[in-house]
Design a protein around this ligand. Structure first.
Ligand SMILES: [Zn+2]
Length: 307
């Protein structure tokens, strides 16, 4: 063999090997790194609480929070706040929200102050406040839901005001945003006239208290209007910040039942708003494109009729 021939032979051989290697990767379905989801986001769990900005002071005035949404590709938000003034501020800023390309879906929150977290479920003045707010409406249209509320003891789902609010929500077709455990989901649903068959409830953090995936799945099957919001859900993501296998399977089984949210419950969450949304885009990018779009945008847009 002449030297030139040897070089050509090895070159040829390596090209063939490389081609075979590439072909076998494709055949085996070894994925290339998925690209991040790049479409619109619906933030289904946003707070604009008094410490963020109370109309006079605070680190995150309207222009700041709207810029964060715009930079993150968030095109719609479920807005609620303690007290409801923050939601009203977002709803009133029609020119600014329109310019930022953000639709505001207002919810009535049950908290005038922090003390209300622990007693709203039996406090008649909260029920009166909710009714007054609903009657008042907002410049962005009528309130579309109630919450976020918390139940640190699931038995308080049987509180007189909690039961009345669940009935009111179903009768007025308001969506409920609830930070509760799986036991409370059953109790809240039992309080509605349809026993949960017509109730629309967004489960904030989808069982943050530790409900196993199988229990979440059973509740989704039981209540057709139950949806899972995925912020702060322990065990949702695994290696490389991608969905854990059992969550991926559940989301693929119920692609129309999940939503994402920022949960800006403290100012630090505003500081990291863009990072939070980037993390969602990362694992959404690993889902089939049509499923990613449902969870990211379509499910929230369909629930509230946002275009
Ligand atoms: Zn929250």
């Amino acid at each position: 063999m002449r030297p030139n021939f040897i070089v050509v032979f090895f070159l040829h051989n390596s090209i063939v090997r490389w081609s075979l290697f590439t072909v076998s990767l494709i055949v085996l379905g070894v994925p290339a790194r998925a690209t991040d989801y790049a479409g619109p986001l619906f933030d289904a769990h946003l707070h604009y609480n008094t410490e963020a900005w109370n109309g006079h002071a605070g680190p995150h005035p309207l222009a700041d929070v709207l810029a964060r949404m715009q930079r993150s590709g968030v095109k719609a938000v479920v807005a609620n706040s303690r007290p409801n003034d923050g939601t009203r501020a977002l709803a009133e800023a029609r020119t600014a929200t329109h310019a930022a390309g953000v639709s505001v879906v207002p919810f009535v929150r049950l908290y005038r102050n922090r003390a209300d977290y622990d007693s709203w479920f039996r406090d008649e003045t909260i029920y009166e406040m909710v009714q007054a707010e609903l009657a008042r409406g907002t410049p962005a249209g009528p309130y579309r839901g109630i919450g976020e509320f918390h139940l640190y003891d699931s038995a308080n789902a049987n509180g007189s005001v909690a039961q009345k609010l669940m009935t009111l929500a179903e009768e007025k077709q308001l969506v409920v945003l609830a930070h509760v455990d799986d036991t409370a989901i059953d109790l809240l649903m039992a309080s509605t006239p349809s026993k949960g068959q017509k109730a629309q409830l967004i489960w904030a953090h989808t069982g943050i208290g530790g409900a196993p995936v199988q229990r979440v799945e059973a509740l989704l099957a039981k209540y057709p209007g139950l949806m899972g919001e995925l912020s702060y859900r322990p065990g949702l993501t695994c290696d490389n910040a991608q969905l854990c296998p059992e969550w991926r399977t559940l989301i693929l089984k119920y692609p129309e039942r999940f939503l994402i949210g920022s949960d800006t419950w403290v100012n630090q969450r505003w500081l990291y708003y863009e990072e939070t949304m980037k993390d969602y885009r990362n694992w959404l990018g690993d889902l089939p494109a049509h499923v990613a779009k449902k969870v990211a945008w379509d499910n929230g847009a369909a629930l509230f009729g946002v275009k």
